[in-house]
Design a protein around this ligand. Structure first.
Ligand code: NAP
Length: 259
């Protein structure tokens, strides 16, 4: 039985990792609020989720890369009096190229979606969760969060922010009944990389994981309350390796891979 007013909210829930997470939550009979830019894709995702799993799916079309784009989500949730039990800040974009050469305004878009929207939604919903002493927040970062990333500088640093913020809030809220986790996937087979202009070599394509495997791992470990979730043993080894080698060497390897 679904509780009509209680929802899991997923930004970027119409595609990729977000849509795979939406399927898992719907299968477990959670109602959903999914957010994305493209209204047609959102409507398609809503019909699929409602038809396949019999849950209620609210859609909110908004562009989180524009200044204060996240505000529409808060307005709709308040207007419809929806209770968000789980917030999944998944929507994110990347870009490729030297920092000084980035297309004018692109860095601002990335900061708006990857940092500002995630922070403001976390702030708004965590306050509500603290009042109810119940809820969960899953923020999606990346293995990129662990090191500086030449030729993807804004993206890597935005994900370092997400990891740091999420770890801190995890500790603040853990005794108040609120789970806070940070998902750090390595490369995933979605349209994200193409949209970010990342060209993958045949060798690096071997490291791509499926979005459905990422979502399963995220769901399982988020339910367990793990602070940092790194799907796949290769990614776990990569992060461990990162800690063992000098940071300058790690960055040189990234620059070489990105050249
Ligand atoms: N794929 C990877 O290799 C990888 C690796 C590590 C971490 N991640 C992280 O995982 C998260 C999800 O990535 P993904 O691979 O699933 O990406 P994806 O397949 O490109 O899906 C992104 C989702 O976010 C939505 N979205 C994109 N821009 C938006 C905007 N401006 N406003 C609102 N919604 C927007 C998209 O819908 P619309 O296009 O309709 O807006 C879509 O629903 C991101 O935070 C990404 O940084 C991805």
């Amino acid at each position: 039985m679904t509780d009509l007013n209680r929802y899991t909210l997923i930004t970027g829930g119409s595609d990729g990792i977000g849509f795979e997470l939406a399927k898992i939550y719907a299968k477990n009979k959670d109602n959903l609020i999914i957010i994305a830019k493209d209204e047609i894709k959102l409507k398609n995702a809503k019909s699929r989720l409602e038809d396949d799993y019999g849950v209620i799916v609210e859609i909110i079309q908004c562009d989180l890369s524009v200044d204060k784009g996240y505000k529409k989500i808060i307005e709709v949730v308040e207007e419809k009096n929806l209770i968000v039990d789980n917030l999944i800040n998944n929507a994110g974009i990347g870009c490729f190229g030297f920092f000084h050469d980035l297309e004018e305004g692109l860095e601002e878009k990335i900061i708006n979606i990857n940092i500002t929207a995630l922070t403001m939604l976390t702030k708004y919903f965590s306050k509500k969760m603290v009042e109810r002493r119940h809820g969960g927040i899953l923020n999606v970062a990346s293995t990129a969060a662990f090191i500086g990333g030449p030729k993807m500088s804004i993206y890597y640093s935005s994900k370092a922010y997400v990891l740091s913020l999420t770890e801190a809030i995890h500790d603040e809220l853990k005794d108040l009944g609120i789970r806070v986790s940070c998902l750090c996937p390595g490369p995933v087979r979605t349209s994200f990389q193409e949209k970010a202009g990342i060209k993958k070599s045949q060798r690096s394509k071997r490291y791509l994981m499926n979005a459905s495997d990422i979502a399963k791992c995220a769901y399982r470990e988020f339910s367990m309350g793990n602070t940092i979730i790194i799907p796949g043993y290769k990614n776990k080894l990569l992060i461990l390796g990162n800690k063992l080698i000098p940071r300058a060497l790690g960055r040189r390897i990234i620059l070489k891979n990105n050249s």
